[in-house]
Ligand binder design. Structure first.
Ligand code: FAD
Length: 400
């Protein structure tokens, strides 16, 4: 009987663990370890600052999901992975494994820019804590509005959600009757609007340009933020923008546990993997989701990161699980599914509108890619959130 440990309990980790359990039956032991007791539907964090979602609406306790699926779940933080010894280390206990899946997600770099940080006046929406803090600041702002700057830091891998937050904020300003008092500026490291870290999607530039013009949002591309003070955002070009409210999407590196584990990760603490998600040096380790290295760089005037989407996290988790099953069955021919080639269906919520982007491959070359605007309502992301949370509650990892 082999012991397989999955570290991480969100998109990539939960999917991997459930798929292992489903495919292996009870011949082998599967343990999922996560420092959070809950699954969190991260894409809906964009709505938390505006009170459109509370954390309880977008979280699912992992324990009942694991129990129902026959998985062992341990809520603990892994501090170190000793790859040579096949051991992972928590505060009070060590665990030995035969196979390990690392699905530990990102570590956000909040202090990447001088003056920027969790205690600065600029807000973030990438974790439950930062999204709740942003809600407080937003409530103060609507009582005493002023200029707004929304944007992304150089190298950010999450420009899509930055647009979503921007359009939601604009809509909220209208709803609160303060839009006339709020001058909104969008600053992005992208070489053009709608690059999104994937080289653009057919129609994305055209539609986003139209939307920004329609909503009277000023914008600047190729932006490198140089410095942030409590009142101003200064660009490398020397331009500066005053703000009363600002949200900047930071970039991320790999999780701290990877950084703290000798020889395990890249310089940025991502897991170096083959297209099978197997570690390049440790065959019993797999790295999936945001934890996996995706060493693709665009040559842009300002660095821009490639997104690691929720769908790619799920697919990489399924692929790693399948490959461990094959290895346990004595089959060394592993399934390959490069993250940059995984198809993508992304829903960009835009307040009271939405954009659906569909591509057969996250990165170019593609055979098919299109962005479809829906100018009438924004129901798709809401429906997708409900569907995904239902899927998690029931442990239906086989579904897309
Ligand atoms: C604001 C925002 C909006 C987004 N919107 C979209 C969207 O609309 N569509 C889309 O496809 N993607 C979106 N994304 C990206 C999406 O959230 C990620 O692709 C997805 O969360 C990646 O899943 P993951 O499992 O790899 O990592 P995560 O979801 O970050 O999960 C990491 C897991 O590892 C656990 N963990 C970390 N360290 C340890 C440790 N040391 N010990 C034990 N457990 C540990 C955590 O508790 C967690 O369970 C968005 C991201 C953000 C920030």
């Amino acid at each position: 009987m082999a012991k397989i440990i999955v570290v991480g309990g969100n998109f990539a980790g939960l999917t991997s663990a459930l798929e292992l359990r489903r495919k292996l039956g009870h011949d082998h032991e599967v343990i999922m370890i996560s420092k959070s007791p809950n699954f969190l539907f991260v894409p809906s964090l964009i709505w938390v600052p505006f009170g459109k979602r509370d954390l309880k609406d977008i979280t699912v306790p992992l324990k009942p999901v694991a129990t129902k699926a026959g998985l062992k779940f341990i809520c603990a933080e892994i501090l170190e992975i000793l790859a040579e010894d096949k051991v992972i280390r928590c505060k009070d206990k060590d665990f030995k494994y035969d196979y390990l899946i690392i699905a530990t997600g990102p570590e956000w770099i909040f202090d990447q820019i001088a003056g920027l940080g969790v205690n600065s006046k600029v807000s973030f929406i990438v974790t439950p804590e930062t999204a709740l803090e942003t809600r407080k600041r937003w409530l103060e702002f609507i009582r005493d509005p002023g200029p707004v700057v929304i944007g992304a830091a150089p190298g950010s891998q999450c420009t899509g959600p930055t647009y979503e937050f921007l359009f939601n904020l604009e809509k909220q300003c209208r709803d609160h009757g303060i839009r006339k008092k709020v001058d909104i500026t969008f600053i992005t490291p992208e070489p053009f609007l709608g690059h999104l870290g994937v080289g653009g999607i057919t129609g994305s530039n055209f539609i986003l340009k139209k939307m920004l013009r329609m909503f009277r949002i000023n914008y600047l591309t190729n932006v490198e933020i140089y410095e942030v003070s409590s009142e101003t955002i200064v660009l490398k070009s020397g331009q500066s923008f005053p703000y009363k409210f600002s949200m900047i999407m930071p970039s991320f590196k790999g999780a701290k546990v990877v950084r703290d584990s000798t020889g395990l990760g890249t310089e940025d603490a991502f897991i170096p993997v083959h297209n099978t998600y197997q570690h390049k040096h440790y065959p019993s380790i797999f790295g999936v989701g945001m934890a996996a290295d995706l060493p693709i760089k665009f040559r842009t005037p300002v660095p821009i990161g490639v997104p690691k989407t929720g769908y790619a996290a799920d697919e990489s988790g399924k692929t790693a699980a399948e490959n461990i099953v094959r290895l346990l069955n004595g089959n060394n021919k592993l399934e390959a599914k490069p993250m940059g080639k995984i198809p993508d269906l992304c829903i960009m919520d835009a307040g009271d509108k939405e954009m659906l982007s569909i591509t057969d491959s996250l990165l170019k070359p593609r055979r098919f890619s299109i962005v479809l605007p829906n100018p009438f309502y924004d129901l798709s992301k809401l429906m997708f959130e409900k569907y995904y949370l239902w899927k998690v509650r029931h442990g239906y990892s086989r579904l897309p």
